[in-house]
Design a protein. Structure first.
Length: 297
């Protein structure tokens, strides 16, 4: 009897601590950064520096610490080919000025890679697994993808997006309009903002923030992070804008009374991208065939 009493007392002390290990956070944010072959080392450095500057910005720090729980969780990875994703910083709890500063320092001090192809779909699929093992609880999961080109490797980007949306992971986009010469001679994509808007982003509060060039990237990152961190409530106006007018109006009205748990994220996408969401794959095949008489492996 004495042994059982001691065991029961031990459980009472251990179980509450274990239950608190998975803290509630205001937002789980995965940052996915393009390092494909169209991005040179200087452009990659500008991207990284943009995020470092953003997390050192006092207004963003206040926004992170000013939510209901006073903390968010962030992970940062770089991506290129469908099989190539490099986790630079795993899930990190940002719950103090010191923690946020340490996260920015880690980003600043980490090496930067450059790879080859552009697989937004591979980045989304990787992020789904990343969220599945996040050590924090939240109803607000956001994948934030930045890049300077459309998907040209791996599965279709819309299929990967559906995979994420079914798990209630919202996807925001930061397309970079890159007019610098591509090392391979691949043409720039002037309509990349529309591609991201219609083919990449999704979820009831998703949005696109455009960087007009790599020098504009820090401004775009700062604005995007402020919106993601400080504007977490339901946005029926955005949801309505994602769908044809009649359907969007109906869903916007329903969204006002719909609980967060009942949301079907797959319904909140913007259809109607005229070139088609497989345009990156087609452009890539046509380019390589025209230039070299073959397609890349």
């Amino acid at each position: 009897m004495r042994f059982l009493a001691c065991l029961f007392a031990l459980l009472l002390t251990v179980l509450p601590a274990a239950a608190q290990e998975k803290k509630q956070v205001d937002l789980a944010l995965a940052l996915a950064i393009d390092i494909s072959g169209s991005i040179d080392p200087e452009e990659a450095r500008l991207q990284r520096q943009g995020y470092v500057m953003a997390f050192r910005d006092p207004e963003i720090v206040r926004a992170i610490l000013g939510g209901p729980n006073g903390r968010i969780a962030v992970a940062y990875f770089e991506w290129s080919d469908s099989w190539m994703q490099k986790l630079v910083v795993d899930w990190t709890l940002l719950d103090s000025e010191a923690a946020i500063a340490a996260f920015a320092d880690t980003l600043s001090n980490s090496s930067i890679s450059i790879a080859r192809r552009t697989s937004i779909s591979g980045a989304i699929h990787y992020a789904v697994g990343l969220f599945s093992r996040a050590p924090y609880d939240t109803d607000n999961k956001t994948l934030d993808i930045s890049g300077d080109g459309s998907n040209n490797d791996g599965i279709l980007v819309t299929d990967a997006r559906t995979e994420a949306l079914k798990r209630r992971i919202a996807i925001n986009g930061l397309p970079i309009i890159n007019d610098r010469p591509n090392p391979f001679g691949f043409p720039a994509e002037a309509d990349l903002d529309q591609y991201y808007l219609h083919c990449v982003t999704g979820g009831p509060r998703s949005f696109v923030e455009v960087a007009r060039n790599f020098d504009d990237f820090p401004r775009a990152v700062r604005k995007k992070l402020l919106q993601e961190v400080a504007d977490r409530g339901p946005r029926s106006d955005t949801a309505a804008a994602m769908l044809p007018l009649a359907e969007g109006t109906r869903l916007a009205q329903a969204h006002r009374t719909q609980t967060h748990e009942d949301e079907d994220y797959t319904r909140f996408v913007r259809p109607g991208y005229e070139p088609g969401c497989d345009v990156g794959e087609r452009r890539s095949r046509e380019f390589w065939q025209r230039r070299f008489g073959t397609t890349p492996d």
